[in-house]
Design a protein. Structure first.
Length: 136
């Protein structure tokens, strides 16, 4: 299963997702895709097996992904202070991969019915969803 984690800015959320996924599924390869080198480096440092940076890499990898993880903003053009380009948002949304999204309101997307929770709790739930997919 090809799992992508997409993050931008400092890569903090992506780093936490990588660390939680690798703790839950150490043998599962994880690819870190950053909108910038700092985000990619943070995710690699957390244990991602492979990493790439930039819109071209993200667009290319989304074509063959099975699962894409990130914050809700990866579907929203110009989110993350403009780091999520329209091309990245389109690549993620058009990918046939299952998307497991962490609902952060910092990206300007509010999802009705989703209560505000601590980031650790949201990441834990995201990892549980992916682990469940692995068992299917």
């Amino acid at each position: 299963m090809k799992i992508l984690i997409i993050d931008g800015q400092g890569g903090g959320v992506g780093r936490s997702i990588v660390a939680a996924l690798k703790a839950a599924m150490p043998a599962q390869p994880v690819m870190a895709l950053g909108t910038n080198a700092q985000a990619t480096a943070a995710m690699l440092k957390a244990g991602a097996d492979l990493g790439a940076t930039g819109e071209g890499a993200i667009r290319y990898q989304c074509k063959s992904a099975d699962v894409i993880l990130g914050v809700t903003g990866i579907l929203h053009a110009n989110a993350m202070l403009g780091e999520i380009t329209p091309g990245i948002a389109a690549a993620v949304s058009l990918s046939e991969a299952k998307k497991v999204l962490v609902p952060l309101d910092r990206c300007g997307l509010l999802i009705a019915g989703v209560e505000k929770q601590p980031l650790d709790s949201l990441i834990r739930k995201a990892v549980e969803l992916v682990a469940g997919m692995m068992q299917e």
